[in-house]
Design a protein around this ligand. Structure first.
Ligand code: NDP
Length: 237
């Protein structure tokens, strides 16, 4: 089987670290984000024959076009990572409906659309591996993140159901659920205060999450699993 991996949200943060690790392991990468320049920079940094694409995962048309372009230029996508995500934190009573919709569309609907688009090829070739990036708050909930938590909790239900649906086709679907990780998404958080509550006493690094993602992508007998990578945060939440 070809080793072509699409990383949505691959231009920055966790997705970028996954792309770097997969490139080092000999995969051909599609680095995808809304900002094409960011995706191009990330793909260029990988060295070798990798490509960048612009796509908003919340838009079905964009997702379909991107899969067509990837297949044309890279071949069949048999590894898929959904790391595109946004947060609009705040108490529910102060959250605008448009911010609810954008989080659900990007974090949950977006992964549904990319998984659906990937299925055609994966079913045809009777194989494929998907990792969706969830969050520890999707399992435990967090005050000030009710909508974000719902989007990530929904991703777990979706991934486990899809794993059941396509296991006979030798397609695997897993989730990595990180805690706090140093990326643009967490740069404005009060780290000194928050890390006191993390059993391992620090935020995670993107490469530490990337290793978990790649482990699940490449583990032939694991499907429907949620791998928590959170420095022990789940122990106290
Ligand atoms: P970053 O903000 O660093 O990167 C987000 C990536 O997603 C960028 O490449 C961004 O590119 C892309 N993206 C955002 N919205 C869209 C969209 N609509 N369509 C396509 N691409 C999009 O985030 P992280 O690396 O921190 O987060 C990665 C994933 O991990 C997310 O799902 C996040 O929810 C999850 N997570 C992060 C944690 C953390 O502590 N950092 C903790 C738990 C989970 P562009 O803006 O150009 O589109």
């Amino acid at each position: 089987m070809d080793k072509v991996c699409a990383v949505f949200g691959g231009s920055r943060g966790i997705g970028r670290a996954v792309a770097q690790l997969m490139a080092r392991k000999g995969y051909r990468l599609a680095v995808i984000a809304r900002n094409l320049e960011g995706a191009k920079a990330a793909a260029g940094d990988l060295g070798g024959d990798h490509l960048a694409f612009s796509c908003d995962v919340a838009k079905e048309h964009d997702v379909q076009n991107t899969f067509e372009e990837m297949e044309k230029h890279l071949g069949r996508v048999n590894f898929l990572v959904n790391a595109a995500g946004i947060n609009r934190d705040g108490l529910l009573v102060r959250t605008k409906t448009e911010d609810m919709v954008s989080q659900l569309h990007t974090n949950l609907l977006g992964s549904m659309l990319t998984c659906k688009a990937a299925m055609r090829t994966m079913i045809q070739q009777q194989g494929g591996s998907i990792v969706n990036v969830g969050s520890i708050v999707g399992l435990k909930g967090n005050s000030g993140q009710s909508v974000y938590s719902a989007s990530k909790g929904g991703l777990v239900g979706f991934s486990r159901a899809l794993a059941k649906e396509v296991a006979r086709k030798k397609i695997r679907v897993n989730v990595v659920a990180p805690g706090f990780v140093h990326t643009d998404m967490t740069k404005d958080l009060k780290e000194e205060h928050l890390k006191k509550n993390i059993p391992l006493g620090r935020f995670g690094e993107t490469i530490e999450v990337a290793h978990a993602v790649v482990f699940l992508l490449e583990s032939p007998y694991i499907t429907g699993h949620v791998l928590v990578v959170d420095g022990g945060l789940q122990l106290i939440l």
